[in-house]
Design a protein around this ligand. Structure first.
Ligand code: B12
Ligand code: SF4
Length: 494
């Protein structure tokens, strides 16, 4: 039986251990076609080097590596170098980053092929060609090198999600990816990442979707989604699902049908997924009640900025009024909500930043229970509209694959984020994290101490006084102590 290795590099930016969905999806059709697939997930395998070298001795046909933009690139390159220094096995890169930057990726000497876009069909065809020593020039969705030249073949159409093979969970130790807490409620549960659709029709200027998914949303049917949920319940005792779709609610009738079937079949599960505020304002109370009953206990929303100008710049296509209305409606429905923000957009002024902090304050006033998980730093990912604007505003885009390794959401690296602006952003990020740890809303002795700081935070928020935060250092010590006492074992938290 021919062998294929699939490698998922670690990203080091988080403690979350989500299912390695990218490589599992690519593995599924290979398994069906009779290939032996070995998955090495560097995030959960400290002995990955030993395992990779051992598997390479069994002469696999090819090794596939999956990467997003960011740290995974560096780790993926380390693995690729190891492979090339010890063998002639073809190295194939796939995933969001190589798909958007195929030429730059192929310019790296350790990489032979790039699979552009969804990998299920392309990778299988490539592996068959490698096995039979056939030409790859007609494989749609593939980039390759020949005589030192890079070639990019014709584009591939999207795969039909309805006909995709089941995820081959038997290739991994699934327990490594089951969290002990429901991501929707934080209660004890068996939580797993889950996917029901791909793509999104919106056009947010910082998002990969426009380039990667061409604004085309594709969803599995409600019946298929329910079958897959039931398989996870029956097979692995899962009762909490973190739906990681780009946008679950695009086809509202499908979403409604899924909710109805969950209730009808009495599945008794909890669900977290993302949504858009403009969807909620089109859902009446019956709709929201239905989703609550089906177990949708938390919804996540990208709001990004409190400045209308910045929202327009990024084509977010939402309004601040919709944000307030969403908070009110979800509060009544009993559904928790999280709102994600970003800072450091090109042309963003300090006034714009204050509009965002003002908005956060108003939102928290409307419902103190809402969560603001983070104020992330804007990063110009390749293939996005704001990427071009960032270059116009003076940012030097990476010229080589490895230079992209430093790009994630958490680092201030844009030339316009400096001086007072940088101080404000960094301090607000810190203060948001503090508020999120229950600083002003919790109970107990630590929280009482936190309340004193909470008052200062409130004052800062009201007066836009963020550029100098000396008590930050006291808070850091305090939070470290609190973490030590209260969250000593907190794994899988986000
Ligand atoms: C879950 C998730 C995470 C998880 C884990 C991701 C993981 N690798 O397991 C966590 C929360 C850790 C995470 C972290 C980050 N994420 Co994230 N994440 C997602 C999310 C929601 C789902 C990813 C997923 O599993 N999709 C399902 C699978 C089936 O799709 P896929 O991965 O694209 O795989 C298909 C193809 O790409 C291809 N393919 C993929 N790999 C391979 C390999 C081979 C060999 C082949 C042939 C094909 C192939 O075939 C697959 C099947 O068709 C996506 C959005 C989305 N819905 O896809 C964002 C997304 C991937 N994340 C994104 C970002 C920006 C990040 C962060 C940088 C954010 C941060 N905190 O800094 C970090 C990056 C971590 C790092 N690299 O350092 C961006 C990526 C942009 C980019 N240019 O890379 C996305 C697209 C979100 C967005 N809207 O912009 N993320
Ligand atoms: S709504 Fe979300 S998934 Fe869709 S384009 Fe905007 S950020 Fe991307």
């Amino acid at each position: 039986m021919s062998k294929i290795i699939l490698f998922l590099p670690s990203y080091e930016t988080t403690s979350i251990m989500l299912l390695p969905a990218s490589i599992l999806s690519v593995a599924a059709p290979l398994v069906n076609a009779g290939y032996e697939v070995k998955i090495i997930d560097q995030r959960v395998n400290r002995l990955w080097k030993r395992d990779l070298l051992n598997e390479m001795k069994k002469e696999p046909l090819a090794i596939g590596i999956s990467t997003l933009t960011g740290k995974q690139i560096l780790n993926g390159l380390e693995a690729s170098r190891l492979i090339k220094e010890n063998s002639n096995i073809p190295v194939i890169w796939g995933g969001v980053h190589p798909s958007i930057m195929p030429r730059q990726t192929l310019n790296n000497k350790y990489i032979n092929y790039v699979v552009i876009g969804e990998g299920e069909e392309t990778f299988l065809e490539l592996v068959e060609c490698i096995k039979n020593k056939n030409s790859v020039k007609n494989i749609k969705g593939l980039g390759y090198k020949e005589n030192g030249n890079v070639f990019i073949n014709q584009e591939r159409m999207f795969v039909d999600l309805e006909n995709l093979s089941e995820m081959p969970y038997n290739l991994i130790s699934i327990e490594k990816y089951v969290a002990e807490k429901s991501f929707a409620t934080g209660k004890l549960a068996r939580n797993i990442a889950f996917y029901t659709s791909r793509g999104c029709p919106y056009r947010c200027g910082f998002c990969y979707n426009k380039e990667f998914n061409k604004r085309k949303w594709r969803g599995k049917s409600a019946g298929k989604v329910i079958k897959e949920i039931k398989d996870l319940i029956d097979g692995y005792g899962i009762n909490a699902f973190e739906i990681e779709d780009d946008e679950f609610f695009v086809d509202i009738e499908r979403a409604k049908k899924i909710a109805e079937l969950i209730i009808e079949e009495n599945l008794n599960i909890e669900i977290f997924t993302s949504c858009r505020v403009n969807y909620v304002i089109n859902m009446d109370s019956n709709y929201l009640k239905l989703f609550y009953e089906a177990g949708f206990r938390t919804l996540g929303f990208g709001v990004e900025s409190g400045s209308g100008r910045i929202l327009d710049l990024m084509h977010k296509d939402i309004t601040i009024e919709q944000v307030f209305e969403t908070i009110k409606r979800l509060k009544i429905a009993g559904i928790n909500s999280k709102y994600y923000f970003m800072a450091g957009f090109p042309t963003e002024t300090i006034k714009d930043l204050y509009k965002t902090t003002d908005l956060i304050q108003k939102m928290k006033k409307l419902d103190p229970q809402i969560r603001i998980p983070a104020w992330r730093i804007f990063t110009p990912y390749p293939g996005t509209d704001l990427y071009d604007l960032a270059i116009k505003e003076g940012w030097n885009a990476p010229k080589k694959l490895e230079e992209w390794a430093n790009y994630d959401f958490n680092t201030v690296r844009m030339p316009w984020v400096k001086g007072k602006k940088e101080r404000i952003i960094k301090n607000v990020i810190f203060l948001i994290n503090y508020l999120e740890m229950g600083g002003t809303t919790g109970r107990g002795v630590f929280f009482k101490m936190a309340k004193i700081f909470g008052k200062i935070v409130d004052w800062r928020w009201k007066n836009h006084y963020f550029s100098f935060v000396p008590e930050k250092y006291l808070l850091i010590i305090f939070l470290k102590m609190k973490e030590l006492f209260l969250f000593g074992n907190a794994n899988n938290k986000r």
